[in-house]
Design a protein around this ligand. Structure first.
Ligand code: HEC
Ligand code: HEC
Ligand code: HEC
Length: 134
C-alpha cells in the first residue's frame, strides 16, 4: 500500500505540532521564572551581618505573621520596644522597620507579591517608601 504524499503530510504534521506548541516554549522562562529579589538597599548594605528579623526561610513563609505580631504588640499592648538586628535598633513597624531595610518595595515586596498575585491592603494607610523608579 502506498500513502499518497505521505512524506509531505508527515512534514506538515511536524511543522504544525512545532507551531502549535511554540507559545509554550516561548513563554517558558517568562512565566515560571522566580522573581529576582534585590536586597542591596542602602540600609542593608550598612549591616555587617546581612540578616532579616528571622532566618530567610522563615521570613519567606511567615513574614505576614511577624507583621501581625508586631502590630498586636504595638497597637494592643503598647509595646514599642525596638528589636536589634546586627547591632542596629529597629522599630516594630511596617514603615520604620521592614521598609527601612527593604526600602526598594517595588523590587522586593511588590515583585514577589505580583508573582504570587497577593495584594496587601496595608498601603491604604501605611506610607510606602518613596522610590523614583516605577
Ligand atoms: C485602616 C488603616 C490601616 C490599614 C489598612 C493597616 N494599618 Fe497597620 N496601623 C494603622 C494604624 C492607625 C496604626 C497605629 C500606628 C501607631 O500607633 O504607630 C497601625 C500600626 C501598625 C503596626 C505597628 C506600628 C507601625 O508603625 O507599623 C504594624 C506592624 C502594622 N500596622 C501593620 C499593618 C499591616 C501588615 C497591614 C496590612 C496587612 C496594615 N497594618 C494595615 C492603620 C492601618
Ligand atoms: C535589618 C534590616 C531588615 C529588616 C528590619 C527587615 N528585613 Fe527582611 N531581609 C533583610 C535581609 C538582609 C534579607 C536577606 C536575608 C538572607 O539572605 O539571609 C531579608 C529577607 C527577607 C525576606 C525573604 C526574601 C527571600 O529571598 O525570600 C522577606 C520575605 C523579608 N525579608 C521580609 C521582611 C519583612 C516583612 C520585614 C518586617 C517585618 C523585614 N523583612 C524586616 C533585612 C531586613
Ligand atoms: C518571597 C516572596 C515574598 C516577598 C519578598 C514578600 N512577600 Fe509578602 N507575601 C508573600 C506571599 C506568598 C503572601 C501570601 C501568603 C498567604 O496568603 O498565606 C504574602 C502576604 C503578605 C502580607 C499579608 C497580605 C494579606 O492580605 O493577607 C503582607 C502584609 C505582606 N506579605 C507584606 C510584605 C512586605 C511588607 C514585604 C516586603 C518587605 C513582603 N511582604 C515581601 C510573599 C512575599
Amino acid at each position: 500500500m502506498k500513502i499518497y504524499n505521505g512524506g509531505k503530510i508527515l512534514l506538515g504534521l511536524i511543522v504544525f505540532a512545532a507551531l502549535f506548541a511554540s507559545p509554550f516554549y516561548l513563554n517558558m522562562g517568562k512565566v515560571s521564572a522566580k522573581p529576582e529579589l534585590k536586597i542591596d538597599t542602602p540600609e542593608i548594605q550598612k549591616l555587617k551581618d546581612k540578616k532579616c528579623v528571622e532566618p530567610k526561610e522563615f521570613m519567606r513563609a511567615e513574614h505576614m505573621q511577624v507583621l501581625n505580631n508586631w502590630r498586636d504588640a504595638v497597637v494592643r499592648d503598647g509595646d514599642r520596644n525596638q528589636i536589634i538586628i546586627s547591632g542596629q535598633k529597629y522599630d516594630k513597624s511596617l514603615q520604620n522597620g521592614c521598609m527601612k531595610c527593604h526600602s526598594n518595595k517595588k523590587d522586593f515586596c511588590d515583585k514577589c507579591h505580583n508573582y504570587v498575585a497577593v495584594k496587601p491592603y496595608c498601603w491604604d494607610c501605611h506610607i510606602a517608601p518613596k522610590e523614583n523608579k516605577s
